[in-house]
Design a binder for this molecule. Structure first.
Ligand code: HEC
Ligand code: HEC
Length: 377
């Protein structure tokens, strides 16, 4: 059965006949009446969706299509693309940005935590870099504001690329095959750290997740989502409370919250946002990740400890994790408090499966378009 938006006039007549419902606000077309089931209202398009349910004080932005990528200079992007895949930026000459942010793994690495320089294990999960340009802050703790601030940090991180900026640009400048690319981007053939940041930043700005089935549905293709996926979307916007934090076109508020996964006081402790702000309320808080393409980028969470989406959804269903202070932690003013936005949800197993189905509708396996460049010699 087809559910096109062209059925709206029929629904309009039906709705008017049944209940005298008036036209939807700000819209020339009408929505299915209040007695239509919720699935029907979703299929009729975003103007007709049931109201969003979030906690008091949360200013949730509506879901919607991904903004278009910023336009960047083509030559700068091309240079950045080549550098992103080039291990010569690293101290050992073996590790490229793409070693951890691999397009074939959704621009992450499919690992709990990455292996960096000399097979050292990092301590946080590698996030996808797709859509990073739209983020208000970079890293799980938001310690870099912009991509340009961010991109040089991994090169000098001893656990990641273990290099220096001077050595990185020197090794690139020593490759004759780079001269043309650098010249096209900057007008002369010398790379310096600032230009390196510009080029990598320009390339990263073009990596987005592209359009998804959710976007088609949002745009009016009522058949783009299955019934289970629509039920999941509905839960996401209502009883499951997800939009308290995952809202707007990127499915993130750009903020930091504590889900209780910090291992405070133990060997795996990660203080998260606190390391940046020094505010006690930020202990154990991490950046809300966007959820576009999320099913492609597991394992999940800042520590990569979640290999199954069901595990994440079960934690939310339980109202988050609530580690209790041990005897010697009683009265510790830094003991992290799990976000009050998380509450037991009482969702059935079927409803959790619907939520997971909905997350799949945010996948885009085809895009982003990428090609692995030939590295200059
Ligand atoms: C050894 C693996 C590794 C390498 C190599 C690496 N990264 Fe990362 N990247 C990570 C990890 C892990 C994080 C998260 C760290 C954190 O939050 O503390 C990250 C975070 C990022 C982010 C922030 C994304 C977000 O959503 O917060 C960007 C952007 C990024 N890296 C770009 C790069 C670039 C550009 C390079 C090459 C110059 C690079 N990375 C090299 C592992 C790596
Ligand atoms: C209180 C704010 C908040 C609410 C409510 C919330 N999330 Fe999250 N979500 C976060 C934060 C913060 C993280 C990262 C936490 C960490 O790594 O410690 C996260 C992580 C995730 C991840 C892992 C993403 C990744 O890339 O690793 C998924 C999936 C997710 N949330 C889905 C949901 C769903 C589905 C709901 C509703 C049932 C929900 N969230 C409700 C804040 C929230």
């Amino acid at each position: 059965m087809k559910h096109r938006r062209s059925t709206r006039p029929v629904l309009l007549l039906l709705a008017l006949a049944l209940s005298g419902t008036v036209l939807a606000e700000g819209s020339a077309e009408a929505c299915p009446g209040a007695e239509a089931d919720r699935i029907e209202r979703y299929r009729a398009g975003p103007d007709c969706w049931p109201p969003l349910q979030v906690d008091d004080g949360v200013d949730a932005r509506p879901l919607g299509p991904l903004p278009s990528a910023p336009t960047v200079d083509r030559a700068l992007r091309d240079l950045g693309e080549t550098l992103f895949f080039d291990p010569r930026l690293s101290g050992s000459g073996q590790i490229a940005c793409a070693s951890c942010h691999d397009p074939e793994w959704g621009w992450a690495d499919g690992r709990e935590v990455p292996y960096g320089h000399d097979r050292q294990r990092g301590h946080r999960n590698t996030p996808s870099v797709a859509n990073a340009a739209f983020q208000q802050a970079q890293f799980w703790d938001g310690r870099a504001a912009t991509l340009r601030d961010q991109v040089l940090i991994p090169i000098t991180n001893p656990q990641e690329m273990h290099g220096t900026l001077d050595a990185a640009v020197a090794s690139i400048n020593a490759v004759p095959g780079y001269a043309g690319l650098i010249h096209d981007a900057f007008g002369d053939a010398t790379l310096d750290p600032r230009r390196l940041a510009d080029a990598l930043g320009a390339y990263l700005a073009t990596i987005t997740t592209g359009s998804t089935r959710f976007d088609l549905f949002y745009g009016g293709d009522a058949d783009a989502l299955s019934e289970a996926e629509i039920r999941g979307l509905d839960l996401f916007r209502s009883r499951a409370g997800c939009m308290n934090c995952h809202h707007g076109p990127l499915f993130t508020d750009g903020g930091f919250h504590n889900l209780g996964l910090h291992f405070y006081g133990s060997k795996n402790e990660d203080l998260g946002r606190y390391a940046v702000t020094g505010r006690p309320e930020d202990v154990g808080a991490f950046k809300t990740p966007g959820l576009r393409n999320v099913m492609e980028t597991g394992p999940w969470m800042h520590n990569g400890k979640f290999r199954k989406m069901h595990g994440i959804l079960s934690i939310y269903n339980a109202g988050g994790a609530h580690p209790r202070p041990k005897d010697d932690q009683q009265g510790d003013p830094l003991f992290p408090v799990t976000s009050p936005l998380l509450k037991p949800l009482d969702l059935s197993q079927e409803e959790l499966a619907d939520l997971e189905a909905f997350l799949h509708s945010l996948d885009n396996k085809k895009t982003p378009y990428f090609k692995i460049p030939d590295l200059p010699r």
